[in-house]
Design a protein around this ligand. Structure first.
Ligand code: NAD
Length: 292
């Protein structure tokens, strides 16, 4: 029989992931606090859900793709939430980037009522979400991972069980640390290239052909050079991730001087109203520092 996913959180990433699950042959019951997001999915074949419980209750698996820890906690612990109304398949997968500490607590609380919870954050951005080429890093019970894997395969190409509950988030925080430092490195290269008077599109192409190539340079470079700030991955969401990186590092007494500097540049960007802009807008910090 066709398996059903209760999908909660149909934003930049969730919308594309839910569409890919349908393309992969799963039925989707779609829920978001924004009515227009539900209507959009319904117009493409999903069943509109009126609440978290309505989306998840009859489903084989509930998937959440929400902004931050409090949104996921509300979906689990809130009135009519997943703890009170778990999916029929007793499997919940959170694919947002949230606190590993919160993940372990939710996992334990759900386990006590016989429900499995996996943390399965993703990397690959809106492009990877759309193409179903995400890298999905999963923490939690191995048997639950096996049950969730067919759904993951509908959304990503690199699907890896990385350890116990919270391990998916721990790996994702390492991923975000590299992304943050990498975006900063590209900003600095473009700032120096600009001051040196070299052609920036050419600079980008040359770097992509050598050992300085990166996903960020390839995908965010053009918007950075053009001064296009339209969001894909918002500055505010990256700041949330940088806070999680710092919390994890402090709790384990791991010095991360590089990411401290990057975090302060993101704070500067947000203070200038860039929070809703895409990460490429970090370059505006360099504009200001050079009075451009
Ligand atoms: P988004 O803000 O575009 O989407 C979040 C969606 O959740 C919105 O549609 C919002 O209306 C909905 N929502 C909020 N609270 C809700 C609730 N209580 N119940 C139901 N729906 C609710 O965010 P996004 O860019 O899709 O990112 C989602 C998560 O994935 C974040 O944790 C982010 O850090 C992570 N992520 C994002 C990217 C990216 O490139 N955008 C890449 C990898 C991971």
């Amino acid at each position: 029989a066709q398996k059903t996913v209760g999908f909660i959180g149909l934003g930049t990433m969730g919308r594309e992931m839910a569409l890919n699950l349908m393309r992969a042959g799963f039925a989707v019951r779609a829920y978001d606090v924004r009515r227009e997001a539900i209507d959009d999915l319904a117009a493409q074949g999903a069943t509109p859900a009126a609440s978290v419980a309505d989306a998840a209750g009859s489903a084989d698996i509930a998937i959440t793709m929400l902004p931050d820890t409090p949104h996921v906690e509300e979906t689990v612990y809130g009135e009519g939430g997943l703890l009170a109304s778990p999916p029929a398949g007793r499997l919940i997968v959170d694919m947002s980037t949230i606190s590993p500490v919160a993940v372990r607590r939710m996992s334990a609380d759900l386990r006590s009522v016989g429900v499995d919870f996996l943390d399965a954050p993703v990397s690959g951005g809106p492009i990877g979400a759309k193409k179903a080429t995400l890298s999905i890093m999963v923490g939690g019970d191995a048997d639950a991972f096996g049950r969730a894997e067919p759904f993951f395969r509908g959304m990503g190409t690199t699907v890896t069980h990385v350890g116990e509950s919270g391990a998916g988030q721990a790996v994702k925080l390492c991923n975000q640390l590299v992304c943050g430092l990498n975006i900063q490195a590209i900003c600095e290269a473009i700032a120096l290239g600009r001051a040196s008077g070299v052609d920036l599109d050419q600079l980008r192409k040359v770097l992509l052909g050598g050992s300085a190539a990166s996903w960020m340079l390839e995908n965010l470079g053009p918007a950075m050079i053009a001064g296009d700030s339209a969001a894909g991955f918002r500055i505010d969401l990256m700041l949330k991730d940088l806070r999680l990186v710092q919390e994890q590092a402090l709790s384990l007494a791991v010095p991360l001087p590089g990411i401290s500097l990057v975090t302060n540049q993101y704070l500067e960007a947000r203070a200038h109203g860039e929070g809703v802009n895409g990460n490429q807008a970090l370059f505006r910090v360099y504009d200001r520092m050079t009075n451009q």
